[in-house]
Write a protein that binds this ligand. Structure first.
Ligand SMILES: [Fe+2]
Ligand SMILES: [Fe+2]
Length: 446
């Protein structure tokens, strides 16, 4: 028994955990303490035994809370408080239980752990966490983290504001709770792609409708989120609202279009024939392009190219343009310059489609017999190939100052004869098909 006591004393004195017994009644005093506790408090055993339990608490309030917990009968686990030791504050965690001796003494048996180090780490993490959350919450972009089931596990203030839900309700929801089915479905597919391939989606432009009905144009970057082992555990994304920016771009774009259309009008004042011709070419070209399922921007581009393709004729004397009879080689060469002058006029405007190139190449022929460069099929852009067919169709079927309009059959024959040599075969087929569907009438006229 004596040996056992010695062994437990050795163990108690070599532990890094403080151990104490404190008598609460009838007298209040420490009964024992191991060396680790004396070291924590920085006092000798003799000094310690003269102290009261207050030595383990930073404040009266802490002590009050601790005893309140203890009075409930269950052991108190890891109650955190501060002590003053060697002039420094240290965080400790007290675990304690009340027991009674045979002679009815009320004893507190307790363990004291120095948790300053853990506390410091925790505080450090907490500072970092606050810093990160502050940063995220002050970003003017939506930032969100999702698990493998596409459920939101964390989101910043900007994202949460857009959902119209309180923060605690956003967590655990998916895009299907915030967006229309089609929008959410696309987002879901994008997330699944990232989870499956580990590849990010960078700078994707999409349209979203917020809970308040506001429609936005946004740019989104999403990346896979990995654990320490490198396994993909979800996705994280950042989305920026670019609606205002896009509107600005669109406004700029529409201003340029208005300017160019005004130039086209100027051509009308000077040469109504060419103006009517270009307006019809625009309709023909856009109808052919629609058959090719081009997107809205490209359709707008081909329409504009049709309206402006002969704008370069503004630089040609009117009597040469509309003179009946044969032109001299010199005069014909002058007319041929209109593609180049039109290109020069437009090449500096910035468009999302190749307007300048389309007008530059509209007299090129796929066998290389066109002008100004004698380009061959693969060098000619599709816009110019459509313009070439549209131009011929319109020119042949309309009245000119120097000749009467030819009938539609002549135009059909010209296209058939030039199919695959002068004109692109597919485009000719589309044009002929459109004429046929209209009962062998010009489909661009009402
Ligand atoms: Fe032309
Ligand atoms: Fe033309």
């Amino acid at each position: 028994m004596q040996e056992n006591n010695n062994l437990s004393d050795i163990a108690a004195n070599n532990l890094q955990v403080g151990i104490f017994k404190y008598c609460l009644a009838p007298d209040e005093n420490f009964l024992s303490a191991n060396q680790a506790l004396l070291d924590m408090l920085g006092c000798s055993r003799l000094e310690f035994l003269q102290k009261k339990i207050n030595v383990l608490f930073y404040s009266e309030n802490d002590k009050k809370i601790f005893f309140n917990l203890l009075s409930k009968g269950d052991p108190v686990k890891l109650f955190q408080t501060k002590i003053k030791t060697k002039g420094q504050d240290a965080w400790i965690a007290i675990s304690a239980v009340i027991t009674y001796t045979k002679d009815q003494k009320k004893i507190i048996q307790g363990l004291v752990q120095d948790v300053s180090c853990q506390k410091k780490i925790h505080e450090h993490i907490s500072v970092e966490k606050n810093f990160l959350e502050n940063l995220l919450d002050n970003l003017p972009d939506a930032v969100y983290f999702k698990d493998r089931q596409n459920r939101i596990i964390k989101a910043n203030r900007f994202y949460i504001q857009g959902t119209n839900f309180p923060r605690e309700e956003v967590i655990g929801k998916t895009d299907f709770d915030f967006f229309s089915f089609d929008e959410a479905d696309q987002m879901f597919k994008d997330d699944q792609f990232i989870l499956r391939t580990g590849k990010p989606i960078v700078g994707k432009i999409e349209k979203t409708t917020l809970a308040n009905g506001k429609k936005n144009q946004v740019i989104t970057t999403k990346i896979p989120m990995r654990n320490k082992k490198g396994e993909i555990i979800g996705t994280m994304g950042i989305t920026r609202d670019i609606t205002a920016h896009t509107n600005l771009e669109e406004e700029k774009f529409s201003m340029i279009i208005n300017t160019l259309e005004a130039l086209g009008k100027a051509l009308e004042l000077r040469d109504p024939y060419t103006f009517n011709h270009t307006r019809s070419v625009a309709i023909i070209a856009q109808t052919i392009a629609s058959e090719l399922k081009w997107d809205a921007y490209r359709l707008l581009g081909i329409k504009l190219a049709g309206e402006l393709h002969d704008l370069g004729k503004i630089a040609i004397p009117i009597d040469i343009l509309n003179r009946p009879g044969k032109l001299s080689t010199l005069e014909y060469d002058l007319i041929k310059e209109h593609s180049q002058s039109c290109y020069e006029l437009m090449k500096d405007f910035s468009f999302p489609f190749p307007l300048a190139k389309a007008v530059y190449q509209h007299h090129e022929r796929i066998d290389g017999t066109g002008y100004p460069l004698g380009l061959k099929s693969s060098q000619i852009i599709p816009e110019a190939k459509i313009l070439a067919v549209s131009d011929v169709l319109e020119a042949m079927t309309s009245h000119r100052p120097y000749r009467e309009a030819l009938n539609i059959n002549s135009a059909q024959e010209e296209l058939k004869a030039g199919k695959g040599s002068k004109y692109d075969s597919d485009i000719v087929d589309i044009a002929l098909n459109l004429i046929e569907k209209k009962g062998n009438q010009p489909f661009w006229k009402n």
